[in-house]
Each structure stands twice: as structure tokens, then as C-alpha cells.
Design a protein around this ligand. Structure first.
Ligand SMILES: Cc1cc2nc3c(=O)[nH]c(=O)nc-3n(C[C@H](O)[C@H](O)[C@H](O)COP(=O)(O)O)c2cc1C
Length: 352
């Protein structure tokens, strides 16, 4: 991190977190943030669900909810970018304040509740996307929808032609009862609707499913089975947690989903368990608490073919992106891997 980024973060951490996030997005949009461009190497370049990634380190959903900064994000060093969540209709989300920094814990609590400008606005922006990046959309459901399962298919049908992948997000804790859609029967029905919408696209996409970390072993196995049966292309593990174990930050009792450092271990365990139960039949994307190259590498060795992160950007800024990707390259080299795909799952058992 250079001095300018340190000063910017220092200033941002003195203002309301949601306002600071808005400023970070504006800074990116206005070209004020120095960006490295594509970060790649023969060791880092990989493929997941048919998508060619320059490196396996992606941006997790929620940072760019409305697909407003696709061009700068595509030059930030990420191997792939997931924007959204987007719902069919625009909605305000929960009342403010709804984003909290837990500095002592290197964590974040959010209860945004899918605030976004809706699928029409998203599609307009996505139509202008850079073509040389891998860009996916996190699909969400309106809070007041009378058919939430159908909402995912609607957003996919509307935006799908501008995407490289789409993620069914039934794991946000901030829309009441959304996580109930992770139950085997409800999930299978929902995914069947999404897959029908996908088949109707000009060019059907790889469809991913994003799961919660707060699942029992039996639920993890069940979800893996449903994902395979539905013909999904990958599972993203995990979203934010409802757990508040071991926190010290002043805002630890705020309602919402917890992300960042305290999520690392539990989300990696869920990832490893899912890797074991699906036996490599479906690629996994590891998310939760990554802030160093070592942690990205640990998720890969636990079973992830690629990783994503978000919360660590709040504490370390955008320069963390190339740092993690290049650091991962060094770690792979050190252990004698000629490509990241060779390292996937090589230490899974230590997480079970
Ligand atoms: C402010 C905020 C908003 C988020 N919004 C979404 C979202 O809209 N959809 C989603 O699937 N995940 C969302 N997430 C979860 C992240 O994508 C990620 O799964 C989680 O934060 C764990 O990764 P991290 O510890 O690297 O942040 C959000 C996270 C944060 C912190």
C-alpha cells in the first residue's frame, strides 16, 4: 500500500462506512485509483466452468451492486468480477445505518438487504461492459416478491446476454426467509426455473450457486447433490455468517451478515466438506475472510478452483488485489506447482 492509499483509507475510516463505500466507487469511476491492469502468469491462468481466467482471484458480489464500475474493476487485477446482487425491481434495502466496520476484528457486518437499482438499470450498464474481462452477475429476489424463486430466472433472462456467468444467491441473511430456499426441495425447484431461463438465452451461461456458511454437514451434502443434479457449473462457498463467535468490535451485536477475518475458518471448512461430498465433480469457488496470498492459497488447497474476496478491500485498499494474485503465484512456485489447478484440494483433509 502506498502513502496515498494509506491516507485515503485513513480518511475513509473516519466517515460513515456506507458513505465511504460510495466514495470508493466514485474514486474508481473517476480514474483516481491507480490500477495494475491484468495480472497473469502461466501458473495463475486457469479455467473454471469453461471461463478462461487470467488468475483465480475474483471480486465477490456486493461491492458493485449496480454494475457501475465495470471498466475500472476489470483493470484492478482481478481474474474475474461478480457484480450485484440485482433484483427484478429496484429496491431501497434496509434502513440506514446498515454497514459496520469491526476494525479490531478485521471484519464487516452488513444488512443491506439487496439495495439495488433493478435489472433494467443493471442490463443497460452491463451492455456497455468491457469485453476483455470475465464478468458475472449475482441474482437476487425482491423482498416483497410473491414468487421469489421466479425472480432469479427473471433477472437472468433480462441480463444474461451481457454476462459470462450468473450466480443464484439464496444465501444472503438479510432478506427474511431467503435462506429457506437452500432446502433441497425448494432449491431444486428454483434451480430448474433458472436453468430453463438459461437454456432460452442466446448463449446459455455457466450458472453458479452461492451458499451460506451456516449449514450442517448433512445440508452441505444435500446442496452438493442438488447442484450436481441441476447441472450447475460451480458452487461458491460462502456468503456471510450469522455467527458472532470471538468478536470484540463495538458493533459486534449489530444484526446482519458478518464477513472478513472471522469468517475465514468456518467458510474454508464448509468449502472442504463440499469438496469432499462432491468429489471434484463440480468446481468450487472459495470466499470468506481472504486478506493474504496465503489465505487464498489455503482455500485453493482446501478444494477451491478459484477464490473471491471483498471485506479485506475495506482495510487494505485496491492494491491488495495484485498483491494477492502475485503472492499466490510465488506460493505455487515455491511448492513446485506449474499451474494453480494442480494445487486444488491438495490439503483438503486438514479442513475436514
Ligand atoms: C457490504 C457487503 C455486501 C454484500 N452483498 C452481497 C450480495 O449482494 N450478494 C452476495 O452474494 N454476497 C454479498 N456479500 C457477501 C460477499 O460476496 C462475500 O461472500 C462475503 O463478504 C465473504 O467474503 P469476504 O470475507 O472476503 O468479504 C456482501 C458482503 C458485504 C461485506
Amino acid at each position: 500500500m502506498n502513502l496515498l492509499e494509506k491516507l485515503a483509507l485513513f480518511g475513509m475510516h473516519r466517515i460513515d462506512p456506507e458513505r465511504a463505500h460510495g466514495l470508493a466507487v466514485k474514486a474508481l469511476a473517476s480514474g483516481l485509483v491507480p490500477l495494475p491492469g491484468s495480472v497473469t502468469s502461466p501458473r495463475l491462468a486457469t479455467e473454471i466452468a469453461g471461463l478462461k481466467l487470467p488468475n483465480p482471484v475474483g471480486l465477490a458480489a456486493g461491492f458493485d451492486k449496480n454494475a457501475e464500475v465495470l471498466a475500472p474493476l476489470s483493470r484492478a487485477g482481478f481474474g474475474f468480477v461478480e457484480v450485484g446482487a440485482v433484483t427484478p425491481r429496484a429496491q431501497d434495502g434496509n434502513p440506514k445505518p446498515r454497514l459496520f466496520r469491526l476494525k479490531e476484528d478485521a471484519a464487516v457486518i452488513n444488512r443491506f438487504g439487496f439495495n439495488n437499482k433493478g435489472m433494467q438499470a443493471a442490463a443497460t450498464r452491463l451492455a456497455q461492459r468491457p469485453k476483455d474481462a470475465v464478468i458475472g452477475l449475482n441474482l437476487g429476489a425482491n423482498k416483497d416478491s410473491n414468487n421469489r424463486a421466479d425472480d432469479f430466472a427473471k433477472v437472468l433472462a433480462h441480463c444474461g446476454d451481457h454476462l459470462d456467468f450468473a450466480t443464484v444467491n439464496v444465501s444472503s441473511p438479510n432478506t427474511e426467509k431467503l435462506r429457506d430456499l437452500q432446502g433441497a426441495e425448494a432449491l431444486a425447484a428454483l434451480l430448474s426455473g433458472v436453468m430453463q431461463a438459461n437454456a432460452a438465452l442466446t448463449k446459455p451461461l455457466p450458472i453458479f450457486l452461492k451458499i451460506a456458511p451456516d449449514l450442517t454437514d448433512a445440508e452441505i451434502t444435500e446442496i452438493g447433490d442438488v447442484a450436481l443434479a441441476a447441472g450447475l457449473s460451480a458452487v461458491i462457498a460462502t456468503n456471510t455468517t450469522l455467527s458472532r463467535e470471538g468478536l470484540t468490535g463495538a458493533d459486534k451485536a449489530e444484526a446482519g451478515g458478518l464477513s472478513g477475518a472471522p469468517l475465514f475458518e468456518s467458510s474454508t471448512r464448509v468449502l472442504a466438506k463440499l469438496s469432499k461430498s462432491t468429489q471434484g465433480k463440480i468446481p468450487l469457488i472459495g470466499v470468506g475472510g481472504i486478506a493474504t496470498p496465503e489465505q487464498a492459497y489455503a482455500k485453493i488447497r482446501a478444494g477451491a478452483s478459484a477464490v473471491q474476496f471483498y471485506s479485506a478491500l475495506v482495510y487494505h485498499g485496491m492494491s491488495l488485489v495484485p498483491q494477492i494474485a502475485r503472492g499466490l503465484d510465488d506460493l505455487l512456485k515455491q511448492d513446485g506447482f506449474s499451474n494453480v489447478s494442480e494445487a486444488v484440494g491438495t490439503e483438503r483433509d486438514t479442513w475436514l
